[in-house]
Design a protein around this ligand. Sequence first.
Ligand SMILES: NC(=O)c1ccc[n+]([C@@H]2O[C@H](COP(=O)([O-])OP(=O)(O)OC[C@H]3O[C@@H](n4cnc5c(N)ncnc54)[C@H](OP(=O)(O)O)[C@@H]3O)[C@@H](O)[C@H]2O)c1
Length: 427
Amino acid sequence: MRVNIGILGCGCVGSGVLKILKSKAETIRNRTGVEINVRRILYRSRRPAQELVPPGAALTQAYGDLLDDGEIDILVELIGGLSPAHEIVSAALGNGTSVVTANKAILAGYLPEYRRIAAESGANLEFEGAVAGSIPIMAAIKSSFVADDFSSAYGILNGTANYVLTRMSEGMPFSDALALAQKRGFAEADPAFDVSGRDAAQKLAILAMLIFNTGISGDLHAEGITDITADDLAYARDLGCTVKLIAKASLAGGRLGAGVYPALLPFSSALAHINNENNAVYLRSDNSGDALLFGKGAGELPTASAVISDVVRIALRLKSQSAKPPVSIFKQIPLIDPLELSSRFYIRYSVLDKVGILARIAGVLGNHNVSIAGVWQKNTVAGVVSLVMTTHSARVRDMFDSVRIIDSSNDLVRGKSLVLRIDDLEG
Ligand SMILES: NC(=O)c1ccc[n+]([C@@H]2O[C@H](COP(=O)([O-])OP(=O)(O)OC[C@H]3O[C@@H](n4cnc5c(N)ncnc54)[C@H](OP(=O)(O)O)[C@@H]3O)[C@@H](O)[C@H]2O)c1
């Protein structure tokens, strides 16, 4: 069967889609019977390379040309950002035109709305490329665990942060590791979104909405990796751990706890060994237990591959005129305040090299119900000691409150302390 598509945006992923369609058209047709015909391509400032433009495809700078083209079966939105992507996707779905997108920003904000519009118009919406690149996580959730109820999803969802932490575990300073990630093409020109945890939080929101069939409004809690040093990775190693930026969503007592934070993971955990720009996600469900999906979380061809698989999935559905997957009824699951959760902690204080400091820190922690598990004195530079401490399980709010008090005492510490969770990823 032949399916007509319109491609919006010819940057990294859009060009990847055109490259794969050029080199793998026959493979796709032989495997699936689907012939993908590109009718129109939207670009803004950079025209797609001429050799990638399929014969017969019209180039335009007006997205209305694609929305108004009654022959297009599937719009492939790859311009990114909120506007005009949101207006385009809403309008297409409203018209009954199916949409494939890799845009986590619009999905994190509007997924329940898109699913409602699509349910009313009969359009299809697929977005495998938006979360964890080429890893078929959406397909797994929708078609491989149909009889399962999920209790949690957790993993590594930002390749840039994972690449940076991997280099830092080898001793490289944060800024050099980030520069290398940019040079290797893993990080955005402005990588703040990656290293602040906000990119992973958007992906986690999409994942959580899908597996728990809930809506999430507003941004999920996100802590980044910018205050972590290569020394912290070395101290973590002494404790039998490494540091990873973890995205985790889990149900507890009918409420949803979801957020992104850097954490010490024991080397016995499989996630501790997911390195470089790779992503990995554990799905935990009642029938299947834990399933680990691992692979390239981003990049031109991996993401384009996921986009094309979505196109074929919809094309086969259109061909068989099979009913779209039934309308999901979203239920609203209340969110747990992330500060009310509990964890064990790693803390690195920069304390003055004086008698009685440890007793005073212990006093503040004790007043906040934080119990110390271990203390190590590390480097001393110019009268300032790196004091590393681990705690027993404590409330996140109590931990942060106690460190705020300690950090405000000039006669105790110099500079901001670092607080990281120690995560066994249970629960
Ligand atoms: N790159 C990845 O590895 C990856 C992985 C997963 C998901 N994604 C998602 O995929 C989407 C595309 O990412 P990308 O990396 O391909 O971004 P990109 O390289 O910046 O490409 C975006 C393209 O869209 C064009 N564009 C932007 N606004 C437009 C508008 N209003 N009208 C027409 N064209 C417009 C840009 O044109 P100009 O030439 O004018 O800039 C650019 O060519 C994003 O939602 C991103 O989050 C990307």
